[in-house]
Design a protein around this ligand. Structure first.
Ligand SMILES: [Zn+2]
Length: 158
């Protein structure tokens, strides 16, 4: 690859979070790409399973209709799992897009960088630990208040 940076000298704002090429950017990108590869492998594995189960189902139908409906349920579960994984996969893709745009990995509330450790555990975290905890505390308080207001709050829910 050619170095195209020479055409834009020192115009890259150093304040940009996870700027392309920075250590943090590379770490996060690697983390997301790994996750993506894992998910893709899992989806492909499951797809193979379902296809294999499909064959078995057809065979079972010949012998016992009862057996096959159980296999159908199993197949539905597998398909739901594939769907879930696919959705996570597209969230990883979203995160990669945001990373390219420099908006991934920063706290939604305070704008600070979310710790890499936290992102590894929760790649779709949108808040730093402090803000998330503050939010949870606020929500808990809100729930407490709502419970104390009791039945009257039901009207507001409608
Ligand atoms: Zn924050």
């Amino acid at each position: 690859m050619k170095n195209v940076q020479s055409t834009t000298p020192s115009t890259t704002p150093s304040t940009t979070p996870a700027a392309a090429g920075s250590r943090r950017y590379n770490e996060l990108k690697q983390m997301l790409l790994n996750r993506r590869r894992e998910l893709q492998a899992q989806v492909q594995d499951k797809m193979r399973d379902v296809r294999a189960t499909g064959e078995v189902t057809k065979l079972a139908e010949v012998f016992d209709a009862g057996e096959s409906s159980e296999a159908d349920i199993q197949e539905d579960i597998e398909l739901a799992l594939i769907q879930m994984k696919s959705e996570t996969l597209s969230r990883v893709d979203d995160a990669l897009t945001r990373l390219e745009q420099g908006t991934y990995g920063n706290c939604f509330d305070c704008g600070e960088e979310i710790a890499e450790k936290r992102l590894r555990a929760l790649p779709f975290a949108v808040r730093c630990k402090d803000c998330e905890e503050a939010r949870e505390t606020a929500e808990q308080r809100e729930r407490h208040l709502a419970a104390r207001r009791g039945a009257s709050s039901l009207f507001f829910d409608m």
